[in-house]
Structure formats: structure tokens, C-alpha cells
Design a binder for this molecule. Sequence first.
Ligand code: HEC
Length: 102
Amino acid sequence: MNKLIIAAIAACLSTGALAAGDVAAGKGKAAMCSGCHGANGKAMVPSYPNLAGQNAAYIVGALKAYKTQERKGYQAAIMYGMAAALSDQDMANIGAYYSSLK
Ligand code: HEC
């Protein structure tokens, strides 16, 4: 039982390591996001979300949910095309970038 738990934790950790985000690469990709989310991660429009300082894992989760269109309602459809163009690595990089902003 304990071995199973350790194996499960190890699997999670190694998946996490593979998906580690690269801040510089994320900054490059985020250029296409800045028109709405701001060059500094502060939204240009009050009804759009700020991303600066957001948790990286949350950003990745949100982007995946937009890509699969599981996340619906309010303005979600605006994000479908944006997220569709991103790979899992892009999402990890973007998450690392925005979480690094204050
Ligand atoms: C045309 C404007 C626009 C562009 C460009 C855009 N977004 Fe968004 N984004 C939005 C809006 C509006 C929402 C809120 C959607 C909703 O209601 O779910 C949003 C939501 C998000 C969220 C969820 C925030 C939260 O608090 O849950 C993330 C993460 C995100 N965008 C990341 C990105 C990334 C990364 C890019 C570039 C690849 C990008 N966006 C490009 C308008 C935009």
C-alpha cells in the first residue's frame, strides 16, 4: 500500500517536472495575449481577468478547459481560439510566465 502511494507521488512529481514551464518562452508566447490581458498581465478591459501573479497550475488548468471547451459561460468563447493554438508545453510556459509577474 505504501509502495503504491510512493509510486503515485513519484509519477506526479515526474509529470510535474516534464511540464515545468519556461518563463522566457512563456513571455514570448504571451505576446499574443497582451492585447487583452495586458503586457504586464493586468487586463486592458475591466471585464477581462488579470493574470499577473496567478498560480501557474490554475492558468494551465483554465487553458486546457478552454481548449476542450469544457469551460463555458460568460466570456469563455473568447478564449477557445486562443487556447486551441497552444500546446501543453506552451501552456506550462505561459503559466510560469504570468505567475512570475507581480
Ligand atoms: C480577445 C481578448 C483575449 C485574448 C487575445 C486572450 N484572452 Fe484570455 N481571456 C479573455 C477573456 C474575456 C477571459 C474570460 C473568459 C471567461 O469568461 O471564462 C479570458 C480568460 C483567460 C484565462 C482564465 C482566467 C481566470 O481567472 O480564470 C486565462 C488563463 C487566459 N485567459 C489566458 C490567456 C492566454 C494565455 C492568452 C494568449 C495565448 C489569452 N488569454 C488571450 C480574453 C482574451
